[in-house]
Design a protein around this ligand. Sequence first.
Ligand code: PEP
Length: 255
Amino acid sequence: MRKKIVAGNWKMNLDYNEGLSLFSEMINMIRDEVTGKQEAVVCSPFIHLHSLVQLSKGYDKVSVGAQNAYQAESGAYTGEISAKMIKSVGAEYVILGHSERRQYFGETNDLLAKKTDVALKNDLKPIFCIGETLQEREANQHFGIIKSQLQEGVFHLEEDQFVKLVIAYEPVWAIGTGVTASSDQAQEIHAFIRIEIAAKYGQEVANNTTILYGGSCNPKNAPELFAQPDIDGGLIGGASLKSRDFVDIVKVFNQ
Ligand code: PEP
C-alpha cells in the first residue's frame, strides 16, 4: 500500500540555530509518540540540510528534504544549488513546483519538468506540487489546470521514474491563508489526480502513488482531511514551524 507522509515546509524561516533546535524537539517527540508506519519529512532551507540529516540518523520515521533545486547539473549559475549537492548531504526529498516558486520565480511546467529530471537523476524524491489559483477555481478551470500541470510537469517520465514521485495538491487559495479546502473539495481533486495517473501509467501505479494535501492544514482539520480515501498525508507550511502542531499532524496516522 502507498506510503503515508506528512512533510513540513519551513519556507524561508528559522536561522541555523533555531532550525536545529526545532528539529531536535520534533525528532524526540516523533520517537516518543509516533506509532504507525507514516514518514515525517522536514523540508528546510539549504543551510540546515546537512545538520538535520546528521541529527535524524537513527530516527527511521524522519527524513529531510530541500525546497528547491536548480534545473542544470552544475555550472556557472551563481547562487544556485544543484540536486547533486542536496543529495551529497544526505537529503532524500526535494519540493518542486511549490506555488510560491511558480508565482514569485516564474517557474513553469516546462522548467519543472527539467528540474524533476535532474532531481530524479540524482536520486532525490521530488514532492511535486500542483494546484489552482482562486481565479482559476472560480472560472471552473481547476480540473484543466491540474491536468496540464501533471501532463507538462511529470507525465513525460517513464513509469520507473514516475513511481519515485510524491504528488502534493495545494490549492493556491488555501496556502498560508487560513482557508482550508473542505475535505470533499480536496478528495474530489485527489481522486481526479489518481484517475489521471491511472490513465497514463495504469491502476497499480495510481494506487501506489502518495498524494498529499497542502493548504492551511493543522492538527484540527488534518484528521478529517487524512481520512479521505485518496489523501495520503499533508504538505504543511505554517504548522510545521511549531513542533507540537507538526507532530500532532504526523500522529493522525498513528495506529
Ligand atoms: C505550503 O506552503 O506548502 C503550505 C501548505 O502552507 P500552509 O500550511 O501555511 O498553508
